[in-house]
Design a protein around this ligand. Structure first.
Ligand SMILES: NC(=O)c1ccc[n+]([C@@H]2O[C@H](COP(=O)([O-])OP(=O)(O)OC[C@H]3O[C@@H](n4cnc5c(N)ncnc54)[C@H](O)[C@@H]3O)[C@@H](O)[C@H]2O)c1
Length: 303
């Protein structure tokens, strides 16, 4: 397969990331199929994608004509066989659970053409953990995006030892074609490059909150006030989704048996996930949306 032969993208999982990846690919002239196991998630995704599209046009990053054409290139499909037919590249964004991801890749291995490249957008796993279940390990790689995809436009490409080198080259070309800065990792690493740095910050912030050292808004004020950043770790976590943050923290607490990580996972679960406070996507997390307190000038008075 040549890089230019990639034309049709299947995005599996229509949540926070699947919506953004689908729109980014469509804005760069690719045909996109957006699949989710839940029909209701596809309905929500279509409305969120339209809101993103309006914001992008309002920010002057595209015109309404180009955006209408992009939206017309996205089909939301609830039937896996129909979604998989003839696709060149699969980008998976389902929950951060290696067993579930493995099952879904095995399912799509039976449905997609044999040359389709399979990619995972996992945040914290490594592709060699999932590769054997994909049925096509040489055509499987992690291709990881950062939210918000058209603004934070860095895309990690992380092969596992069995990935064919030509697949990495094709995806590097693909990254450029969808307006991303591709970063090719030389070795597998949990958290890639940027997330390896960010996770350390976010983990320290959750530890401070879970241990009652400081209030979440003050933890953000400390980071924002010193670093002169527009948002702090709690605001970032709201954007990631507190359910996703909990899943990742809980998974690693189980793997490492680190009691502080488990306390952090339990804090996220008890105070946020169990109460439906999932961050930006539910309208409430550490902050209330759409007008979070950290964007108010009073949040961080100037010196
Ligand atoms: N949220 C972020 O900022 C971010 C950034 C980069 C990577 N990631 C990673 O991307 C992945 C998805 O995260 P998200 O935040 O978009 O999650 P999300 O919870 O917002 O969306 C997940 C979607 O997957 C769907 N799903 C569940 N089981 C499925 C199945 N069997 N088949 C098809 N669809 C299924 C769900 O219905 C849901 O719509 C995770 O691995 C996460 O670690 C997240």
């Amino acid at each position: 397969m040549k890089p230019e032969e990639i034309q049709t993208i299947l995005v599996v999982g229509a949540g926070t990331m699947g919506q953004q990846i689908a729109l980014q690919c469509a804005m760069h002239n690719f045909t996109v199929r957006l699949y989710d196991v839940k029909a209701a998630a596809l309905v929500t995704a279509q409305s969120r994608i339209e809101t993103y599209a309006q914001d992008i046009v309002a920010q002057g990053l595209s015109t309404s004509e180009r955006m209408q054409a992009a939206l017309a290139r996205i089909s939301a499909i609830n039937d896996p066989a129909e979604a998989a037919a003839g696709v060149d590249l699969l980008s998976e964004s389902i929950p951060e659970n290696p067993t579930l991801k493995g099952k879904v890749f095995a399912q799509f291995n039976r449905l997609c053409p044999s040359e389709t490249i399979f990619t995972t957008n996992t945040s914290s796993l490594i592709p060699s953990m999932i590769a054997p279940t994909t049925g096509r390990p040489e055509r499987f790689v992690a291709m990881h995006f950062h939210t918000t995809v058209w603004i934070s436009n860095v895309m990690d490409i992380m092969p596992h030892p069995g990935t064919a080198p030509e697949v990495v080259e094709i995806l590097e070309g693909f990254g450029h074609r969808i307006g991303q800065i591709p970063i090719v990792l030389k070795k597998e690493n949990h958290g890639y490059v940027f997330n390896a740095m960010l996770n350390a910050l976010n983990g320290a912030a959750i530890t401070l909150a879970a241990n009652g050292i400081a209030a979440p808004h003050d933890i953000d004020r400390a980071w924002m006030g010193v670093m002169k950043m527009p948002l702090g770790p709690m605001g970032i976590l709201d954007g990631v989704g507190l359910d996703t943050a909990w899943e990742i923290t809980d998974y690693w607490a189980g793997v490492t048996r680190d009691p502080q990580l488990q306390a952090n996972a339990d804090y996220l679960k008890r105070h946020f996930v169990e109460q439906g406070k999932l961050g930006v996507k539910s309208g409430q997390g550490f902050y209330a949306y759409p007008n979070p307190a950290f964007s108010n000038p009073d949040f961080l008075p100037k010196a």
